[in-house]
Write a protein that binds this ligand. Structure first.
Ligand code: UD1
Length: 341
């Protein structure tokens, strides 16, 4: 019998790509989303790619009764929890919004899982937990640094909530995946990132600038102690990232875990600077981007990239798409949603 995976936040950027890969790997998927930060575009795209409608429940994980009803209705074997607010800046100006939503939704999910006698829970964490690392690349053993935003703090707290729940409640198993910088879109260009308003993240800002929606990209700082003075990140292709989730869920369901709670970095191991990324985008898509050097953005770390060896070895997963393919897919997606030929 096929296992059923609940994907909370499944209509969003990462959730939609993970749903596609799960179904293509043979899992049944139930999507649950409150649509607070997206429209139906990605859900529709997922159904088009897969050629079928998937069960979709519009609900909020802060509503515990709704979570109970969901678990009563579907035979859920594993949950991948994406449903959360994710705007770093907003989390600093409105921390309570982030603490109440991101923590309550996750706690509700775990409480209902405990009521049901257990569940495999995959939590969507972030490299933000490493802060400004002293040693690069970062391994899962690298120290977590005090979070610089409430968003980052909710990621750390949810990791701890999952770790402690695994230790306390029989039947709960957990994996936290720490993503580096997910970018790009599905090769079909039917699903991708759809930020509301002015994008905070680099690649959506680049594609919107190329599309003429934004006038000019600001490169935040060129005086960092890096080879070209701009910050370095580990940009991970969204489809590669999605495949790491399939590998992690399969590890849980097949009882291959070495501990009840495990953490994996999901990155390429390759640092890319902002300037390198901009140049690669221009080259692969044959266009010129309007950009300027601007002051540093407060809160940015100088450089961070992953040591993905643990995920490579234990999950049997490796990032495969080149940065060029990924940047091509990001532009193909932007053109698709803006009707650019
Ligand atoms: C941020 C969050 C991370 C979150 C991720 C989502 C922090 C410290 N970082 O990562 O937790 O998971 O977003 O993808 O909480 N840049 C520009 N111009 C722009 C936008 C960005 O130069 O208009 C630069 C930034 O200075 C940075 C790089 O591009 O060096 C990447 O920025 P961004 O895409 O926002 O991701 P992070 O800040 O790394």
């Amino acid at each position: 019998m096929k296992a059923t995976v609940l994907v909370s936040g499944g209509a969003g950027f990462i959730g939609s790509h993970v749903t596609v890969e799960l179904v293509q790997a043979g899992y049944d998927v139930v999507i649950a989303d409150n649509m607070s930060n997206c429209d139906e575009t990605n859900y529709r795209g997922v159904c088009s790619i897969l050629g079928k409608e998937l069960p979709f429940v519009r609900m909020d994980f802060c509503d515990k009764e709704a979570v109970r009803n969901l678990f009563a209705k579907y035979p859920i074997d594993a949950v991948i929890h994406f449903a959360a607010f994710k705007a770093v800046g907003e989390s600093v100006t409105n921390p309570l919004k982030y603490y109440s939503n991101n923590l309550e939704s996750f706690i509700n999910l775990l409480e209902v899982a405990v009521e049901k006698g257990g569940c495999n829970v995959l939590f969507s964490s972030s490299a933000t937990v490493y802060g400004e690392p002293e040693k690069l690349p970062v391994t899962e053993e690298s120290p977590r640094m005090p979070a610089t935003s409430s968003y980052g703090n909710t990621k750390q707290m949810c990791e701890d909530i999952l770790r402690d729940s695994v230790a306390a409640y029989p039947g709960i198993k957990g994996i936290a995946l720490r993503y580096f910088n997910p970018i790009g879109a599905h090769p079909s260009a039917l699903i991708g990132e759809l930020p509301r308003g002015v994008p905070n993240n680099l690649v959506p800002f680049i594609t919107q600038t190329a599309a003429g929606i934004r006038e000019c990209l600001s490169i935040f700082g060129d005086d960092y102690p890096t080879p070209d003075g701009t910050c370095q990140r580990d940009y991970i292709d969204i489809v590669d990232l999605a495949k790491a989730h399939v590998a992690a869920v399969t590890r849980m369901l097949k009882d291959k875990m070495e501990a009840g709670y495990e953490i994996f970095n999901v990155g390429t191991g390759r640092p890319v600077s902002v300037m390198e990324l901009v140049k690669a985008f221009e080259k692969v898509n044959h266009l010129k981007l309007n950009y300027r050097i601007a002051p540093r953005r407060p809160g940015d770390v100088t450089a961070i990239w992953a040591d993905p060896a643990k995920a490579n070895e234990k999950l049997g997963w490796k990032a495969e798409r080149s940065i060029e393919e990924t940047l091509e897919s990001a532009w193909a997606w932007e053109k698709h949603i803006r009707n650019i030929k």
